[in-house]
Design a protein around this ligand. Structure first.
Ligand code: GLU
Length: 502
């Protein structure tokens, strides 16, 4: 019988606090979490910090913060506690030592005094001659007197499991029935010479004692699993079910890493990705929703529709374009869109002066104008300030477009008339602009592009840009609210005439 047969679903996610959480690793956690939540199971967070040199308490704190921001919660963990703690491997040393003592006394494990250097020399020599190295079992036959003597003499030793003959088989939800011959498996080290546990040993002890029913992890661990199965057998522990998930690759089909850009959760959050959008996207790395075809699957639906037994075996390729597309969809629907945009505008100085805007009305009006003009073309909030820079620029001093337009017959008359119309009003409402355009059409006989192209160039000093219907309200609202550097339409036309009106 396996632990899984007993019914209760208990799933774990066990990041190591050796750096920031990355998308590849987060995908493993998300699939485990979705599976636990949809089965009404228990989700356990375990911190695998046995690598003392690389583990850092700060990273542990960022893991909690990033997971919570992302929208994952856990029922048991180092910070929440639970019935099978401690949940930090560095606090479980006594448990690992006790169980290895048991295996030693049962003769299933033995002390090995071979030095790492000597074994490495052996292995290098064998590999150089094309052979696959395997620990030859040098210390398997030591008597207890020999062992005690060498320990007494201060010799360092590790604890190794004696691998049995035969094959190791296990079922994997993704890879199916998987079989390894023990001929190629070295007796695995359980405890190192400093009595710290190896990954394979600690993970089995923890998964078994924490009553984990389903071990869901990256398939970079698939080759570890036969060793773990042997450790389960030796300890007479019930076996969990296994699901080894494919690797996440970058667009160039190498393993996804920092080289590919912002792939840590913290970075993606800081750029302005929404947690629901990120969860939606990460769920699509190796899984796809049913026949429907839509790739927009919000978290609540993910929990209902995700199927662990339908995850793909082939590697998933991280597609920044798709992430951006999905984020854009969530961003536009986001109930706190105005706040997000305001936060993104602040560092660039694109907000009204708070002293002149005690009740925030100006800010609300301005952010609304920015959203109306720009947000449909923006994937992440951090793009808003640069697109404002672009859209609001008025490079009138040195503009080939201005020169070209001013040289066309009749244009200066048209722009002078536009200037007189705008001078007659304070700030230009879009309805007024339409009425002005109508009058210019009648008085000059120009229409379509012949009318609007020169008008656009006089208003923006450029030949292309957003529709005037959107641009004019943005410019006029910004100028009226005193947003830094925004020149209103009237002054733009005056500047155009000053430079190009001869
Ligand atoms: N700490 C391991 C890792 O991050 C966990 C592997 C496992 O889930 O067994 O790769």
């Amino acid at each position: 019988m396996t632990a899984a047969d007993e019914g209760a679903i208990r799933v774990r996610y066990c990041p190591s606090p050796t750096g920031l959480l990355h998308v590849g690793n987060l995908r493993t956690g998300l699939f485990a979490w979705l599976f636990a939540r949809q089965r009404g199971g228990v989700f356990v967070l375990r911190i695998e910090d046995t690598d003392a040199a690389r583990s850092d308490e700060r990273f542990e704190q960022t893991i909690y913060r990033d997971l919570r921001w992302f929208g994952m919660d856990w029922d048991e963990g180092p910070d929440t506690g639970g019935p099978y703690g401690p949940y930090r491997q560095s606090e479980r040393g006594a448990i690992y030592r006790d169980l290895s003592g048991r295996l030693l006394s049962e003769g299933k494990a033995y002390r090995c005094f071979c030095s790492e250097d000597a074994l490495k020399r052996q292995a290098d020599a064998e590999r150089a001659s094309g052979l696959q190295w395997k620990y030859p079992g040098t210390c398997r036959g030591l008597t207890s007197e020999e062992v005690d003597g060498r320990i007494g003499a201060g010799e360092a030793s590790v604890v190794r499991l004696e691998v049995r003959d035969g094959a190791v088989e296990f079922d994997d939800v993704v890879h199916g029935r998987t079989r390894f011959s023990t001929d190629v498996i070295s007796d695995p080290i359980l405890l190192r010479s400093d009595a710290t546990p190896t990954y394979n040993y600690a993970v089995v002890v923890d998964d078994a004692l924490m009553k984990i029913s389903d071990v869901i992890r990256g398939d970079d661990h698939l080759s570890n699993t036969p060793k773990q199965v042997l450790i389960y057998e030796a300890l007479d522990f019930d076996m969990p079910r296994f699901a080894h998930l494919s690797t996440v690759l970058g667009p160039d089909r190498t393993r996804l890493s920092k080289r590919h850009g912002a792939t840590s959760i913290a970075e993606l959050r800081d750029v302005g990705y929404l947690p629901e959008a990120l969860m939606n996207y990460v769920a699509l790395l190796g899984w796809s929703p049913g026949a429907e075809g839509s790739e927009i699957v919000p978290p609540a639906r993910l929990v209902r529709e995700f199927r662990l037994d339908r995850v793909h075996r082939s590697p998933a390729v991280f597609d920044f374009g798709k992430l951006r597309f999905i984020n854009r969809r969530y961003l536009r629907e986001s109930p706190d869109l105005p706040d997000r945009i305001a936060r993104a505008l602040k560092p660039a100085g694109y907000l009204p002066d708070p002293d002149e805007d005690p009740n925030g009305h100006r800010r609300a009006e301005w952010v609304r104008a920015v959203i109306d003009t720009l947000v449909a073309g923006v994937d992440v909030p951090s793009e808003v300030a640069p697109s404002l820079d672009d859209v609001l620029a008025f490079p009138v001093e040195d503009s080939a477009d201005c020169r070209a337009v001013a040289a066309e017959g009749g244009v200066l008359d048209l722009i002078r008339e536009l200037g007189r119309e705008l001078d007659a009003r304070d700030y230009l409402a879009i309805e007024d602009f339409r009425a002005v355009a109508q009058r210019l059409k009648q008085s000059t006989g120009l229409k379509g592009r012949r009318l609007f192209h020169p008008v656009r160039v006089a208003l923006t000093a450029r030949g292309s840009g957003p529709e005037l219907d959107k641009l004019i309200p943005l410019v006029e609202t910004g100028a009226r609210l005193g947003i830094r550097g925004i020149v209103r339409c009237r002054d733009r036309v005056a500047a155009f005439l000053e430079h190009y009106g001869r």
